[in-house]
Design a protein around this ligand. Structure first.
Ligand code: GLY
Ligand code: MN
Ligand code: MN
Length: 439
């Protein structure tokens, strides 16, 4: 399952329309070092991949719609049989043209010599100042030279604009083929959670459950974990990004698993929390019911036309009401919400965009006050939680938390597509109803 090459071309054409007489430059992701001379498996920069489908390091993509012959140019690592024996196949300059549709391609070693011809007549450079500082310097020095010589040439870029504002709104609305990739990523993620739930038993270690999850990711053709899997038993569930995964599961533990598969660079992101021994304690069940209601109501608020914050605000209200009913929060509900007095129990937002990045790109707000309006094709997570850390410190004026609630952490997270009529939960295959989690 891959995105059709024509789709990459169509995306570049959309960029061309937006930048008019400008030139856009995209840099591949740097190679990440694991230790000494061992590298992590290469992961292309998401914008670069979105526009090219090209998955090699040391590359630069240039989109220059005003150029008379070359509107899409790739700089790549040249073919080198000796190197390829060590590090794998390269498409090379010819492959960049034949397979990836570049009008012209060069070795990356030629960038300083060949790039200026695509900048000299552009009215703007579009470039994101990224993590590769040396490459940023290169672009800035080309720009400075062109600015300095502008009076004599009478043409050239007069500004650098970030590419985020042109590419990220496109990435926010998922195409049909992107949704297919997301469906596959979320289906594998769901299968992994279901396998993990079967496997989780008293006496097993969190890392053994992590291994079961990641086994499914790979066996089903995924690249691997989209982020370090969180397998958090007992009070570890109160640590939001717990990744040590080294505790042995105990009787009466809840187990919180937050894990998602990356498939073809698209990501799933699912959290489930369930009792290891098949039976919630009374306190666990009460808090779980609140989180589940918050999540279900929040999902109902995911529909076209609703402002982005609505599902978060919905979840917060359900959680606050629930905690007030238990006497864990006291006072006026509106004041508790406005002054965020619930934050010792619920300290994160209820979701994020999901796509090529787990925390995907795109604006949540347009201006200080106005939230993005949900539209068909948006994909986001809905992931409320309640975390009662063993040493929880309520805000001033709020009651101490009785011992019986402490050490319980719960999050429920699904991946949700906004559809013309409402939404579709892409991760519905993983049960979350209490009846399905108890045995
Ligand atoms: N697993 C990261 C998140 O849920 O946002
Ligand atoms: Mn997650
Ligand atoms: Mn998430």
């Amino acid at each position: 399952m891959i995105v059709d090459r024509n789709e990459y071309r169509q995306r570049r054409e959309q960029i061309m329309e937006k930048i008019g007489s400008g030139t856009a430059i995209f840099r591949s992701a740097p190679i990440a070092v694991m230790h000494n001379d061992v590298e992590y498996i290469y992961r292309q920069d998401s914008d670069f991949f979105y526009l090219t489908g090209f998955n090699e390091p040391e590359a630069v993509a240039v989109i220059a719609p005003h150029h008379p012959e070359h509107r899409f140019i790739l700089f790549v690592q040249p073919k080198d049989p000796a190197m390829e024996t060590w590090t794998g196949y390269r498409y090379g300059v010819e492959g960049a043209k034949e397979v990836f549709g570049a009008d012209e391609a060069y070795s990356i070693a030629e960038i300083d010599e060949k790039l200026p011809q695509y900048l000299e007549k552009a009215d703007r450079i579009y470039y994101h100042l990224g993590r590769d500082r040396a490459f940023n310097e290169k672009i800035l020095s080309h720009y400075q030279r062109l600015i300095a010589t502008y009076p004599r040439r009478g043409t050239g870029p007069v500004a650098i604009e970030d590419t985020n504002s042109i590419v990220h709104p496109m990435r926010q609305i998922k195409s049909h083929s992107e949704l297919e990739m997301l469906r596959k990523a979320t289906a594998i993620s769901a299968a992994a959670h279901n396998r993990a739930r079967e496997f989780a038993k008293i006496g097993r270690y969190e890392y053994q459950i992590e291994a079961e999850i990641e086994h499914t990711f790979r066996v089903e053709g995924g690249i691997g974990a989209a982020y370090p899997s969180i397998v958090a038993s007992g009070s570890n569930a109160c640590i939001l990004h717990y990744v040590e995964n080294n505790r042995q599961l105990q009787d009466n533990d809840l187990l919180l698993i937050d894990a998602g598969c990356s498939y073809g660079y698209y990501n799933g992101d699912i959290t489930r929390t369930f009792p290891v021994n098949g039976k919630f304690t009374p306190e666990q069940k009460i808090l779980y019911e609140i989180v589940l209601e918050a999540q279900l109501k929040a999902i109902e608020a995911v529909k076209p036309g609703n402002p982005y914050n609505q599902f978060h605000d919905t979840a917060v209200r359900v959680i606050v009401e629930g905690l007030m009913d238990l006497g864990l929060l006291l006072g006026d509900i509106e004041e508790i919400i406005k002054e965020e007095k619930y934050k010792p129990f619920y300290m994160h937002r209820t979701g994020h965009w999901l796509g090529l990045d787990v925390h995907d790109v795109g604006a949540y707000k347009c201006g200080e006050e106005a939230w993005q309006t949900l539209q068909p094709g948006h994909v986001l997570t809905v992931e409320p939680g309640i975390y009662v850390a063993c040493d929880i410190k309520p805000v001033e004026g709020q009651p101490e938390v009785p011992e019986k609630w402490r050490g319980i952490g719960i999050r429920i997270e699904d991946d949700v597509l906004v559809t013309p009529d409402g939404n579709e939960v892409l991760t519905a295959a993983v049960p979350k109803a209490i009846a399905d989690l108890e045995s």
